[in-house]
Design a protein around this ligand. Structure first.
Ligand code: DC
Length: 225
């Protein structure tokens, strides 16, 4: 496919956005960007440096000291998040970060900082980006916008499995509460809340295997060429 397009994937926490985005980017030879990793890395920086994020001045100053970069790791076959030169890909997936990231991602200055970098990455097209506001704010003119959803219970199970593999002490209630809290904050914040773009296609994968969902989206893509 010669023409390169922009594909946006938005949706609720833990509905498999990154799995689909990675499959698509590999198949199409596109860049994959996990925008949530940027908000997670900023949160990690704020936590480590005791930044009071209710204080706008402190936030603005802290952002000046943050450099974010995705670095491809051939071992994991994944672009990993680097914060000021340090690989934080593993650390940013921790529940400690997950508990605060929605609050940090709701801050206007933080969003402006992240969105400007995301838009730059998409200038040449040929990109798949997942997040919450990618089809609505970051790339409102994207050729393909997907809005993903799945039943709550299914999402909790998936997320629990993922976290349990890293830390068997994690409890399912803790995971469920965190997921519900993030969905609530992400969809109710004043700046760029999670919402379906008017022209987004809905993908409910409650009853779809990864393979079925991938095939369905590839059909959508073929129709664009
Ligand atoms: O996709 P994720 O779970 O890694 O995202 C982490 C948090 O970052 C999530 O609670 C909402 C926020 N986020 C956002 O506000 N906008 C994005 N484009 C991506 C993530």
């Amino acid at each position: 496919m010669e023409k390169k397009i922009v594909i946006t994937i938005d949706g609720w926490s833990s509905c498999g956005k990154s799995t689909l985005a990675k499959q698509l980017s590999q198949k199409l030879g596109y860049l994959y960007v996990d925008s949530g990793a940027m908000y997670r890395a900023i949160t990690l920086y704020f936590l480590r440096n005791n930044i009071d994020w209710a204080d706008k001045k402190e936030v603005k100053n802290a952002l000046k000291s943050i450099s974010l970069e995705f670095v491809f790791n051939p071992k994991s076959n994944n672009s990993e998040m680097h914060l000021n030169g340090e690989n934080v890909e593993y650390l940013i997936r921790d529940l400690v970060v997950a508990e605060k990231v929605s609050d940090v991602a709701a801050i206007k200055e933080v969003r402006e900082f992240a969105v400007a970098q995301q838009q730059k990455m998409g200038e040449k097209k040929g990109i798949v980006m997942d997040g919450r506001d990618i089809g609505t704010v970051v790339f409102p003119k994207a050729e393909l916008k997907i809005f993903m959803t799945a039943d709550n219970a299914v999402r909790v199970q998936r997320r629990f499995k993922e976290l349990y593999e890293k830390n068997p002490n994690v409890g399912i209630d803790e995971v469920k509460n965190n997921l519900e809290m993030r969905d609530y904050i992400d969809s109710h914040r004043a700046v760029s809340p999670l919402q379906k773009a008017a022209d987004a296609l809905v993908l409910d994968n409650t009853e779809l295997t990864e393979d079925q969902q991938f095939k369905k989206v590839m059909e959508w893509i073929k129709k664009l060429f």
